[in-house]
Design a protein around this ligand. Structure first.
Ligand SMILES: [Mg+2]
Length: 346
């Protein structure tokens, strides 16, 4: 932990234990981290010919998670997954993560709080190991209200080769990875039950609690120059596709019947399932475009790839995104989402 010793006198015992906990997170080895936790700064040495990509994400109690519903391990997992998904969307490889964690005094002082922190780091570490992302530094502080985690993710990609939102072209086909609507369906269920969720059944059973960032797919698309543009699905298809179309100055058509609904979303009925797939958010799948002549595999690294629409020319007289339904009726797809908690969960 940087500055741990110099600030030690000002820190509570709880904070020092917390720093030890962060230090003890087993570090994934990375040749790009020349110096990790322990000095005033980390030193990064990205591969020759590469450039660095940086993304940062807040995880706030009551906004992004609830302490009474989300297991601490899932909060740690999600904290890292969100940033990794942004790296995946640009075809980048993780280099290092930096975590700033603020915890309320009552959590630092209690055994229950210490257990929460331990499980938070265990969840974060499992994904860090799997994605080869070293935790190379960070800071801790006492929070005046609630748990607050801010994570910075650094990735690398060959110079000039990162995938962008702004490079889709009319005629391109639109694809997504995995399944949609599962995250919203899972959290709706959690809210209805109103008690701490259990992490049974593995990652696939928990699209909200344990989303899988699509790093291998993003990197694969980048290396083979298969995608013309890419974004990750954090806010929901209707919003994220609107971002991609706006940045690329194009429009898009989406076929409702082509959308790969997650089994949890489908279980709520086809109408509700479709709504969650379009507007639910936090699926952390990739949404990308490719030339109609590109040979797209049905799956990449075991992740299904589904064609869901196409890019069209932008015109003043037609909507940015058109939804084509089962009976061929066409309607404008407005960017929409909803708030799962009282305050927004995004
Ligand atoms: Mg993103």
């Amino acid at each position: 932990m940087k500055r741990a010793s110099s600030k030690a006198a000002k820190r509570s015992i709880g904070e020092l234990e917390l720093i030890d906990q962060i230090r003890s997170v087993k570090q994934a080895r990375s040749s790009a981290v020349a110096l990790g936790i322990g000095d005033d700064c980390a030193i990064l040495r990205p591969p020759a010919g590469s450039e660095l990509l940086v993304t940062t994400d807040f995880s706030l109690e009551g906004r992004h998670f609830r302490r009474d519903l989300h297991p601490a391990a899932a909060v740690g997992h999600r904290c890292l997954a969100r940033g990794l998904s942004d790296l995946a969307a640009m075809g980048a490889t993780p280099v290092a993560a930096f975590l700033s964690l603020a915890l309320p005094a009552e959590l630092l002082a209690s055994r229950k709080g210490q257990q929460w922190v331990k499980e938070f780091f265990a969840g974060l570490q499992r994904l860090a190991d799997r994605s080869k992302t070293p935790l190379a530094g960070g800071d801790t502080a006492q929070s005046p209200a609630g748990i607050l985690a801010d994570i910075v993710l650094i990735g690398s990609a060959p110079r000039g080769r990162s995938l962008r939102r702004s490079t889709a072209r009319p005629g391109d086909l639109v694809y997504c990875t995995g399944h949609l609507g599962g995250s919203a369906a899972e959290i709706e269920g959690m809210l209805a039950r109103g008690k701490m969720a259990r992490l049974d059944g593995g990652q696939k059973a928990h699209p909200h609690l344990l989303p899988e960032p699509r790093l291998t797919v993003g990197s694969w698309l980048m290396k083979r120059r298969l995608a013309t543009a890419c974004i990750d699905l954090s806010d929901g298809l209707s919003i994220d596709l609107t971002h991609l179309c706006a940045e690329s100055d194009v429009a898009a058509e989406v076929e409702a019947t082509a959308l790969p609904l997650h089994p949890l979303a489908l279980a709520l009925g086809s109408t509700r399932g479709l709504d969650l797939a379009l507007n639910g958010g936090e699926d952390y799948e990739l949404l990308f475009t490719a030339s109609p002549t590109a040979k797209m595999p049905r799956s990449i690294a075991g992740v299904p790839i589904t064609r869901i629409g196409r890019i069209t020319r932008r015109s003043r007289s037609s909507p940015a995104i058109t939804l084509i339904e089962r009976d061929d009726s066409r309607s404008p797809l407005k960017p929409g989402g909803w708030e799962h908690f009282k305050s927004s969960n995004r």
